[in-house]
Design a protein around this ligand. Structure first.
Ligand code: NCD
Length: 310
C-alpha cells in the first residue's frame, strides 16, 4: 500500500490482509507485559490533527509506539497553523523534518488526498484519519475487525448503520468496506440526515428503525454531529431519540447474536441508551482495542511491508 486515504477502491485482498495482520498482532501481544515490537524502529510517524479526537489520535500514537516508531503529535491549535500557515506548507515542513508517514485529520473533505499529492515526491506516506464528511478508513477497518471477532465473518451479514449519515465519514467508509467484504448494508436515518447521491453507495436506505432490527446481524449507531449542523435537522433531541435511539426495547428486537457498534464519542441518552452502551451486546470498548491493532497493521503494511518480525 502506498497511502491509506479511503476504503472506496480498497481491494478485498488488501483489506483482508490488514485485518489478518491486525489479528496476528493482537494474538502476538496478548498477555505480554511489554507490548513492544521492533518492526518500525527508526521510522518517524507524525499525527497532524486539525480536529478534536480522543480515540483515533491516541490509538494511532499507541500503535506507532508499540511498533517502536518515533511518534510526534502535532495539533493545529499548538502549531504554526495557528499563525496562518497553509496545509501544504505544514505538510512539506513535516516531510522535510523527517516524517516517513503523516496521519491527518482535517475538517475539509479531500484534505488527505491533497496531502498525498503534495508529499508524493518526498515518498512520505499519508493515512486519512478522517477528512470532513468524506472518509475515515481506519474506523471502518476496526469496525470490520470487531465484526469478524463477534460474528465470525463479515461476508453475507446484514449490517444496519443508523443516524446522522449526512455528516458521517464513518458511514461512507463502512459502506464501501462492508460491501467489498461481502456484507449487505441498510442505512437508516430521518430523510433530513440522508445525503444526496446516497443511491450510488450501493446500500438500501430506510427511514424507520424498528422494522429493520429483527433482520440485522449488527447495528452501528452514528453520533448526531451537531458541530457540523447549521440549521434544524430534526425537531428535538428527545424526538430523535424516540425515533432512532437504541434503547432496551429495541435491543430486544435484534436477533440474539446481533452486536451493537458505535465509533464514539457516544451521546448517551441520544442515539444510545446508557444501559445498551454498557451491555455485553455492545462491542464499543472492543472496537477501541481493535483500533490499536488495526492501526498497527496499517502502519506495518505502509512502512514495513515485509514479514512480521514479532
Ligand atoms: C468519528 C469521527 O471523528 O468521524 N469518531 C471517531 O473517529 N471515533 C465519529 C464521530 O465523531 O462521531
Amino acid at each position: 500500500m502506498r497511502h491509506l486515504l479511503s476504503t472506496e477502491g480498497l481491494a478485498a485482498p488488501d483489506a483482508t490482509a490488514v485485518l489478518d495482520t491486525a489479528d496476528t498482532l493482537k494474538q502476538t501481544l496478548l498477555g505480554r507485559e511489554v507490548k513492544k515490537l521492533p518492526t518500525l524502529r527508526g521510522r518517524t510517524v507524525v499525527t497532524l490533527f486539525y480536529e478534536n479526537s480522543t480515540r483515533t489520535r491516541v490509538s494511532f500514537e499507541v500503535a506507532g509506539k508499540w511498533m517502536s516508531a518515533d511518534v510526534i503529535n502535532v495539533s493545529a491549535s499548538s502549531s504554526s497553523v495557528g499563525k496562518g500557515e497553509s496545509l501544504r506548507d505544514t505538510a512539506l515542513t513535516l516531510s522535510a523534518a523527517g516524517a516517513d508517514c503523516v496521519i491527518i485529520r482535517h475538517p475539509a473533505s479531500g484534505a488527505a488526498h491533497r496531502l498525498a499529492e503534495w508529499l508524493e515526491e518526498d515518498g512520505t506516506q499519508v493515512v486519512n484519519a478522517g477528512d470532513g464528511t468524506h472518509e475515515h478508513p481506519t474506523q471502518a477497518l476496526l469496525d470490520a475487525a470487531t465484526l469478524r471477532e463477534r460474528l465470525g465473518d463479515v461476508s453475507g451479514r446484514r449490517i444496519g448503520i443508523v443516524g446522522d449519515l449526512l455528516h458521517s465519514r464513518v458511514a461512507r467508509s463502512n459502506v464501501h468496506l462492508l460491501r467489498t467484504l461481502g456484507a449487505e448494508v441498510t442505512l437508516i436515518a430521518p430523510p433530513t440526515l440522508v445525503p444526496t447521491g446516497i443511491e450510488h453507495w450501493g446500500a438500501e436506505v430506510r427511514h424507520e428503525l424498528d422494522p429493520e432490527l429483527p433482520k440485522l446481524d449488527a447495528v452501528m449507531l452514528l453520533r448526531v454531529q451537531a458541530e457540523r449542523m447549521h440549521g434544524g435537522f430534526f425537531p428535538s433531541a428527545r424526538e430523535y431519540s424516540i425515533a432512532y435511539g437504541l434503547n432496551e426495547k429495541r435491543l430486544a428486537k435484534l436477533p440474539e447474536h446481533a452486536v451493537v457498534l458505535h465509533p464514539g464519542p457516544m451521546l448517551r441518552g441520544m442515539e444510545i441508551a446508557p444501559s445498551v452502551a454498557d451491555s455485553p451486546r455492545a462491542a464499543i470498548t472492543q472496537q477501541v482495542g481493535n483500533g490499536v491493532h488495526v492501526r498497527m497493521a496499517v502502519l506495518y503494511h505502509l512502512l514495513a511491508g515485509e514479514e512480521l518480525t514479532a
